[in-house]
Design a binder for this molecule. Structure first.
Ligand code: G6P
Ligand code: MN
Length: 441
C-alpha cells in the first residue's frame, strides 16, 4: 500500500484534533509517510500540535511531521491537501452573524447574507490562493476542501480550476446519516446507502437503503416524528445544536416527503429563526466560549506536565473520519459512496448543468462519479434554483467586483425580505469586510 503525505491547511482549527485522530485511527486504510500542519497562525497551530503529538508518535513513531507557516515547506511533496481555512477567523464569523440580525435577518455562518455572501466573497481569495500554492509545489496533489461556505467556494473552484482533483465536501449530511444509522441500531454510516439531492446545506434524503436493499426512510420518519432526533456525534450535540434537532422535527412535520438537511431551518423558518437569535450572543460567541475554550484548557493541561500529558481521544469524529475515508477512496480507487459537492451535469436532470450540487457519488482515483436521479418536483426545484442563483451571484460579485451583483445575491436570498434591507446589510458588510473583500463598483 503506497503511503501518503498529507498537509492540513488551517491546522490551528478546533477541528484539527479530530482530523489527526482519524488519520491515526485509520492507519491501515490510509497509511501516512508524512504529516504537515500548516497555518498562518503559528501559536494556535503549535497549541494543536502540542496536544496531539503524544498520540501521533505513539501511533507512528517514525512519521515525518512538519509544523510550518511556510508555504513551500507545507506544499512540497504532498499527495493530499486537507483544507479547512476560515478567512477572518471566528471574529469575522461573529461579524457575519451579527450584521444581518440588526435588520431581523438570519445571522448564520454559512446561510443568508452573512454566510453565502459575506463569508462567501471573503473565502474565495483564500481558497483559490491555497489551491494555486499547493499546485505550484505539488502539481499532482488532490485537494479535499472543507472550507466554508462550501457551496460558494465550490462554485468558485469550478470556475477557476474546473474542480480538477478538487473535492469539495461537508460533514453535515454524513453527521445526519450517522444519527440515522444509530437510531436504526446500526453501527456506522456506511451501513446505509443514501439517496440525496440538493445543494450544500440545502438538500434532502429521499431514500436510505440498508445492506438488504430495504429503504429505511419511512421507518426513520416515524421514529423522528414520535421520538425526535437522536444525535450521535459530539460536535453536533451542544445545547445550541440541540435546538436545531428540535426544529428538525418541525421541518419533518411540515414537509414529511423527504428527510431534510438541518440547515433548511434557516430558509424555511427564517423569520422565527432570526427572532430567536440574540444579536449580542451568536453562534461564534458560543464556539469561542465552548469548543475553542475547551481546546485552550486542554493545552493548559499539557503545559502543566508536558512529559506525562496524554492526548485527548474523542469517541467519534465525523469531520475527521469522512475526510480520511474519502481520501482513502481516492488514493486506493475504492469507489466508495459518499455525499459530496459536484458539478451537476445532469445528476439532477431538471437543474442547471453548471450548478454545484450535493449528491451521492462513487469516489474513484480519477474523481467522483455522481449518481443521477429522477427529476425533482416543483417545491424543491423552486427553492434550489433560488438558492443557486444567490450563490452564483455572490461569486459573480466577487469576480466582477460588482456592487449590483452583490445586492442581487442578497436580495434574492430567501432569508431576506426586501431590497431596502438588502442594501443596508450590503453596505454594512462592505465596511466590516474591509480588505477581505475586493472593492465593489
Ligand atoms: C456543520 C457544518 C459545517 C459548519 C458547522 C458549524 O458541521 O457542516 O459546515 O461549519 O456545522 O458548527 P459550529 O459548531 O461551529 O457552529
Ligand atoms: Mn458544512
Amino acid at each position: 500500500m503506497k503511503k501518503q503525505a498529507v498537509v492540513i491547511v488551517g491546522a490551528g482549527s478546533t477541528h484539527t484534533p479530530g482530523i489527526i485522530q482519524s488519520l491515526l485511527q485509520k492507519k491501515n486504510e490510509f497509511p501516512l509517510r508524512k504529516l504537515v500542519m500548516y497555518d498562518i497562525d503559528s501559536k494556535r497551530m503549535h497549541l494543536v500540535y502540542d496536544i496531539m503529538k503524544q498520540f501521533i508518535y505513539q501511533e507512528y513513531p517514525e512519521l515525518e511531521v512538519i509544523v510550518t507557516t511556510d508555504k513551500e515547506k507545507a506544499y512540497t511533496d504532498i499527495d493530499f491537501v486537507f483544507a479547512q481555512i476560515r478567512q477572518g477567523g471566528l471574529s469575522m464569523r461573529s461579524t457575519d452573524e451579527k450584521i444581518p440580525l440588526k435588520y431581523d435577518v438570519v445571522g448564520q455562518e454559512t446561510c443568508g447574507p452573512g454566510g453565502s455572501i459575506s463569508y462567501g466573497i471573503r473565502s474565495i481569495t483564500g481558497v483559490v490562493e491555497l489551491i494555486k500554492d499547493a499546485r505550484r509545489y505539488s502539481p499532482k496533489c488532490w485537494i479535499l476542501n472543507y472550507s466554508n461556505p462550501a457551496a460558494v467556494v465550490a462554485e468558485a473552484t469550478r470556475r477557476e480550476f474546473n474542480n480538477e482533483r478538487i473535492l469539495n465536501i461537508c460533514d453535515m449530511p454524513t453527521a445526519i446519516l450517522l444519527s440515522f444509522t444509530k437510531m436504526l441500531g446500526l453501527k456506522n454510516w456506511q451501513e446505509l446507502d443514501p439517496c440525496y439531492f440538493g445543494l450544500n446545506h440545502f438538500g434532502w434524503f429521499t431514500e436510505l437503503y440498508d445492506k438488504d436493499g430495504v429503504d429505511r426512510l419511512p421507518e426513520l420518519r416515524e421514529m423522528i416524528l414520535e421520538k425526535g432526533m437522536a444525535v450521535s456525534d459530539k460536535h453536533h450535540q451542544d445545547p445550541d445544536w440541540n435546538k436545531t434537532w428540535k426544529q428538525y422535527v418541525e421541518i419533518v412535520k411540515d414537509y414529511p416527503e423527504f428527510l431534510p438537511n438541518s440547515y433548511l431551518q434557516y430558509y424555511l423558518y427564517s423569520k422565527e429563526m432570526a427572532q430567536h437569535m440574540d444579536q449580542n450572543w451568536t453562534r461564534a460567541d458560543m464556539v469561542i466560549n465552548g469548543r475553542e475554550k475547551e481546546m485552550f484548557a486542554e493545552h493548559t493541561k499539557y503545559l502543566e506536565n508536558p512529559e506525562s500529558y496524554e492526548s485527548p481521544i474523542q469517541d467519534f469524529t465525523v469531520f475527521g473520519d469522512f475526510i480520511v475515508d474519502a481520501a482513502s477512496s481516492i488514493a486506493y480507487n475504492k469507489g466508495e459512496r459518499f455525499l459530496v459537492i459536484v458539478e451537476n451535469n445532469g445528476a439532477i436532470p431538471n437543474l442547471p448543468a453548471d450548478a454545484m450540487v450535493e449528491v451521492p457519488a462513487y469516489i474513484r482515483s480519477w474523481g467522483p462519479e455522481p449518481i443521477s436521479r429522477p427529476a425533482i418536483s416543483t417545491f424543491y426545484k423552486g427553492l434550489i434554483e433560488n438558492q443557486v442563483a444567490s450563490e452564483k451571484l455572490a461569486v459573480d460579485a466577487y469576480y466582477e467586483k460588482s456592487y449590483e451583483k452583490a445586492l442581487q445575491a442578497i436580495a434574492i436570498n430567501k432569508t431576506v425580505p426586501s431590497t431596502t434591507i438588502a442594501k443596508q446589510i450590503l453596505d454594512d458588510l462592505i465596511e466590516a469586510n474591509g480588505d477581505f473583500w475586493p472593492e465593489l463598483h
